[in-house]
Design a protein around this ligand. Sequence first.
Ligand code: IPM
Ligand code: MG
Length: 357
Amino acid sequence: MATKNILIVPGDGIGQEVTTVGKKVLDAIAKKFNHEFIYDEALIGHVAIEATGNPLPDESLAKMKKSDAVLFGAVGHPKYDNDPSAKVRPEQGLLKMRKELGLYANIRPIKLFDELLSASSIKPEILKGADILFFRELTGDIYFGEKGRKNNGDTAFDVAEYSRYEVERIARKAFDAARTRRKKLCSVDKANVLETSRLWREVIQKIALEYPDVEIEHQFVDATAMLLIKDPRRFDVVVTANLFGDILTDEASQIAGSMGMLASASIGDGTGVYEPIHGSAHDITGKGVANPLASILSAALLLDISFGLKEESEAIINAVDAVLKQGFRTRDIADANTPTEKILGTNAMGEEVLKLL
Ligand code: IPM
Ligand code: MG
């Protein structure tokens, strides 16, 4: 029996709806396996700006640091997207959280549930069996370098920066993971143009010497973008920088059928944060149609990675698999052949998973 403190941080938009379901699933696991999970909640993003003026209030950060793991929703609000001059933005809360908690490794498993072969826009025969594990560096790169304006505001810049140490630690995580899988690692960079990428490649080549059993391949990011769609099965573990990883994992979400299916883990030296890769989706917020499976699968990652509860984690994944086998779908993963009575909203989908737990 384990006693753990879990902080729920719903954030904005559909974050609220999907984490509510994710938490219910954690509750069901606690009951079934006789654990005690103690919950608290904290604000981040637009809702935090509205309440306090700050996208990541100190109180939220303190709670995160104290908890054993964080189940996270999403941040963002359309009102900022078309207002480039806004000084305070919801995303600043997310980036500050990543930096303050030292969440340098963002792990995004891309695996298609067989039942969803037809939900993807990629041909089934290309997709079947694809299983990729992304390691996206999360606290460096152009996201966190100096940014600003010059020439009276007519020129803007964002500096991309990486230190040897930052590349080494994400590289080791990725090599370690490759060892437990098909022993193939693809490192993605733009070393033909960028100095940060040349350092990246140099470091990866050096660390590779410690892992002679792992086959290492270097790819330029533009080629990776193409190959992910052309032949996703050629990839096992992929490691890349912050910005490239952001873009490539959205692309790769199509391999899993929908963004609504993908969970991610952000880990570092302290508390881990688990969240869907989808955003706040204000276009469907409050309609009760969001797919809760990414949040449910995030809860599964949380149990596995932060608490080492493998059996519990697998119970969740198996339940999701079974619900899909029964034919239930949310709107985003339904296709022309899905009978209307099998298309469920957020809560109803959650209930189907809970029934099996
Ligand atoms: C993600 C998101 C964030 C990012 C945004 C919301 C700042 O797209 O987690 O992938 O760019 O990292
Ligand atoms: Mg993204």
